[in-house]
Structure formats: C-alpha cells, structure tokens
Write a protein that binds this ligand. Structure first.
Ligand code: ATP
Length: 337
C-alpha cells in the first residue's frame, strides 16, 4: 500500500511537460533559445508573446512536428524528443481548425479515434460557422482523452464576440476534462482570461513564468510590463527621485489617479501636460507628457475628468506599493509585430 501511495505522489509531482534547455534554430535564426519550462498536470498554460517570439515552434516541438536542435521534451517524465507525433499522448488544435473538408462532422471526430486505432459515421465542415468548426476540432482532439492538448491560436480566426464566448467555453471544457492545455496566443487579454499560468516569450526566450496575477501585477521585466496590458515604466532616474531606488519600476495605469487637491499619505506623484484623452466608455485613458519627455497613461473613471484638458497641466499620483521593480530589458527588442 505504501509503495502504491508513493507512486501516486511521485506521479503527481512529475510535470506533465518539461522542456529542458530546448533549442531550435532555422539556419541563422534561433527561434527557441535554450528554454527551460515545467507545465503541471491539469494546468491551463499559455505561451504568450509577439509574433516571431518562438511560441509556435515550442508547441510544434512538444507535439513532435519539429525536431529540436538541442535539449529535450519530456512528457510525464519520459523523454519523447525522438518519438513521432502519433506516439506522443498529445493532440493539437490549430487556428485554421484543421478539419478535413472531405469528411462529415462525425467522421472528423472519429478521425481522432481512427489514428489512435481505438475503433474504426450530415453536414460538411464548410457548411458550419467558425465557432461550430472550432468546437468540432476541439471535440476531435479530446475524444481519445490525450494527456495534453496543444492549442495554436485556435480562436485567432473568429470575430471578437465569438472569441470571447469561446474563451469561456474553452476554460470550462478544460476544467471539466482536467486535461493539461497548452495555449499559444499573442493576445494578452486572452491569456489572462483563461490561464492558470503564463510564460511570456520574447526573442526565443522566456521573460517570465507566473500566474496571471503575478504576470499582470508584478511584471519581471520592462518587456513583460509593456506587452501584458498597458504599463508605465519609470526610468531608473525617476524611480530614484520618487521611490529612492535607482532601478526601473512599472506601474499600471489603473493605479494612477488624477490629483485635484493633495496627494495622500504613501502616494508619490508627477506633474505633466495632458497630451491625449481616449474615451473607452466607463473609463478613459489620459496620456500625460512629463518634463523629461516621457509619457504616463492613467486609466480613470470617465466622470472624473473635471479640469482635464488637452494641453493643460495634470498631476498624477499612485501608492508607492503599486510600483514594482522591473529588470532593465530593452523593450525595443520585442518580436516583429
Ligand atoms: P507567430 O505568432 O507569428 O506564429 P511565434 O511566436 O509562434 O509567432 P514562431 O512561429 O515560433 O514564432 O517563429 C519563431 C522564429 O522562427 C521566427 O523568426 C520565424 O520566422 C522562424 N521560423 C519559424 N519556423 C520556421 C521555418 N520552418 N523555417 C525558417 N524559420 C522559421
């Protein structure tokens, strides 16, 4: 009994997916640059980054469609780097639905069973809407209960409203089936709305791995702060003036408020000139240029704009604790998006 219990424990502790110094180059281009990553069993995990940052290549190496140049892919602790895609307990859903147009809907779902030899038949996929097609692609990928489902921008071709519906649906399905989902997206909102954890990619490397909250509230680098939502990055010099720490800091626009009278205890503030006001319904974004030429964006309720005019003065304040140090990476080195 004790042995069985230990086996169970060790199985739980083994990551569903482990990438060990995983590398892929295409000639001169290093698409994936020696990355290490562990994805836990049952997680909804997103690979997030700009176009060209290496997310899809990582996914393809997990699936077995692309051989690594170096390093290894482990599934449930077993090195599968040399195994063919159909010998890995992994299925993939692609952006273009990857439905076979010559098959019926039922045949498409059954295809998943046929390739795994689990067993040996209306409308054709081109008669379905985008959302219906993607649901079928998903059903086909899930029908034989893979350990891991890989999703490569599966909602990219859908319009915004449908995409949002499908996000809720995908998350619910993942929760119900308990299968590990690895989801590739360049859309930070999508990643934040569905994931347990996120890896943020930049230039073939991972800048940060963390829960959605960690990534959003406490971005580790200036790149993450800039890519995941809008963030204000304070230069090292300004951080020293305001916070007494000579290291760049980030602060989210929604933590900023417009000061009409005095700043409160524990707050710091800057003064500038309003350069732009963008209405977004209940909230609006106020952009201010500071005396050193840099900009800060404040997200404030639309009914709190009294006295704010483009070209006019503005004072913005935020609690000290709302500013987080970020490593001084060069934001301009993002992907090619
Ligand atoms: P996207 O969202 O645009 O697909 P991505 O983050 O998934 O971007 P990858 O598709 O993994 O990025 O590409 C990473 C880098 O590798 C890019 O510079 C890309 O041009 C290059 N690359 C990918 N596949 C190949 C290939 N088959 N041959 C040559 N270069 C490739």
């Amino acid at each position: 009994m004790a042995i069985g219990a230990r086996d169970d424990e060790s199985r739980r502790a083994t990551p569903a997916i482990q990438l060990v110094r995983l590398r892929k180059s295409f000639g001169e281009v290093v698409a994936v640059d020696d990355i290490d990553l562990e994805i836990h069993e049952g997680e909804f995990f997103s690979l997030l980054g700009p176009s060209g940052s290496g997310k899809t290549t990582v996914l393809r190496m997990i699936a077995g469609f692309e051989p690594p140049t170096g390093g290894a892919v482990l599934l449930q602790g077993t090195d599968v780097s040399q195994l063919a895609p159909y010998d890995r307990d992994v299925n993939t859903v692609f952006q273009d639905y990857a439905l076979f147009p010559h098959m019926s809907v039922l045949e498409n779902i059954e295809y998943g069973l046929k390739v795994k030899k689990v067993g040996k038949a209306e409308r054709r996929p081109n008669q379905l809407s985008g959302g219906q097609r993607q649901r079928i692609a998903l059903a086909r990928a899930l029908v034989n209960h893979p350990k891991v489902l890989l999703l490569d921008e599966p909602l990219g071709a859908l319009d915004l409203k449908l995409r949002e519906e499908m996000q809720v649906e995908l998350k619910n399905i993942q929760r119900d089936v308990g299968i590990t989902f690895v989801f590739v997206t360049h859309d930070q909102g999508e990643a934040l709305s569905m994931s347990n954890r996120i890896a943020v990619f930049n230039n073939g490397r991972i800048e940060q791995v963390g829960t959605t909250r960690e990534i959003y509230d406490n971005p580790a680098t200036a790149f993450v702060a800039g890519f995941v939502g809008i963030s204000n990055v304070l230069t090292a010099r300004r951080s020293r003036e305001l916070l007494g720490v000579e290291e760049p800091h980030s602060v989210r626009p929604e933590r900023l408020r417009i000061v009409h009278h005095e700043i409160a205890d524990g707050e710091v503030s800057v003064v500038g000139v309003v350069s732009d006001v963008q209405y977004l319904g209940a909230d609006c974004r106020v952009r201010a240029q500071l005396d050193d030429g840099t900009f800060m964006v404040a997200s404030v309720p639309s009914d709190g704009l009294a006295g704010v005019a483009i070209g006019g003065p503005i004072r913005l304040a935020w609690p000290r604790f709302a500013a987080f140090p970020v490593a001084n990476t060069d934001i301009s080195k993002g992907g090619d998006q």
